[in-house]
Design a protein around this ligand. Sequence first.
Ligand code: ATP
Length: 238
Amino acid sequence: MQSSLLLVDNINVYYDAIHAIKGISLEVKRGEIVAILGANGAGKTTTLKAISGILPISSGKILFNNEPIFKYPAHKIVSLGIAQSPEGRLIFPDLTVKENLDLGAYLRSDKEQIRSDEDYVFNLFPVLKERRKQVAGTLSGGEQQMLAISRAVMARPQLLLLDEPSLGIAPILVKTIFKAIQEINQRGTTILIVEQNAYAALKIATQAYVLTTGTINMQGPASELIQNPEIQKAYLGH
Ligand code: ATP
């Protein structure tokens, strides 16, 4: 049986009086791609922020490699092996592509391996190699998304958190990006992906959770959820 890498156990998150996450539990096993689906405002980003230590949880537990991480500051969680590619990309616009990638590796000291990982991301997204000296703010939306994912990969995480990688991106680039996500996973990185594009996410995921206003109302193998008439009606436009 695959071992559990991330375990989220009955967590609650509030923004002052707003109860954004209401007792969510989920599991990500080593080697999997797990998707969290849901509409705008369902609580997907909030869940990722709780895992990465950006937002505090008011109750429940989050375990990574069986270690409770929910009281750790964000930088400690990064150092344990969780990297996030945030929604809206949040690359450094005034820095070049190469400088953004170097920042992704800032906690590492294995120079040789860093260079080889840089070759790896340039291989995944050749357009970034062509533009390595260009300031990131001048990249297209799709290219910025590729850079945000690549920067997170440069941290060599055990678990990669991806927040809406398809957001605002042309359909042709969505294909490229999801193919790259699959390749990153096949290279050994476990992935938790949050998406409104349910079809793209379910096609690459092993397991999926559907979030509605702060609670999980459906979960199961992605191959089953993609066939589920309720999901098809609500999220797949059938
Ligand atoms: P989206 O894809 O639109 O980001 P989401 O599923 O990621 O949606 P969240 O951003 O996690 O949803 O928001 C969950 C709920 O928490 C929403 O009701 C939202 O209005 C609320 N919320 C999010 N951020 C804040 C904040 N900083 N202050 C107050 N409420 C917030």
